[in-house]
Design a protein. Structure first.
Length: 134
């Protein structure tokens, strides 16, 4: 048994779609990631993590009125050939929002996650994992 985290990302389009991903099959040699609609352009790709050569984990405070956050990595990487997986954490609000997000920019030392509407409270944090493969 292994864990796969995956998401569809688009760092090229000015207004990317937010596409939730579900892992629908796993074998000893691979996995299948699925989403519920065709991708609108070829600018989307799948980022996924199944353990890595270098991994970083963290949480960042999300601005209440914003629709994106840029995170500075604790350890800068040598290039942008890394995967970012993120999700919101909200352990305070009784009825938290479920908001899809996507990676919209990457540098060797930062990444930006974006979503399509401001969050209603300041109770949200971004939990993330960054992984490189060698």
């Amino acid at each position: 048994i292994y864990v796969v985290l995956a998401q569809v990302v688009n760092i090229l389009d000015a207004n990317p779609m937010y596409i939730p991903v579900t892992i629908t099959n796993k074998t000893t040699t691979g996995f299948v990631a699925s989403w519920n609609a065709p991708l609108p352009t070829s600018d989307y790709f799948l980022d996924y993590v199944v353990g890595g050569a270098q991994e970083q984990f963290g949480e960042a405070v999300v601005p209440v009125s914003g629709t994106s956050i840029t995170v500075t990595l604790p350890i800068a990487l040598s290039n942008t050939a890394y995967v970012v997986i993120g999700e919101f954490v909200n352990t305070t609000d009784v009825n938290p929002m479920y908001v899809p997000m996507t990676v919209t920019n990457k540098t060797a030392s930062t990444f930006t996650m974006s979503w399509n509407a401001p969050l209603p409270t300041n109770s949200y944090r971004l939990a993330y994992q960054v992984a490189t493969y060698q």
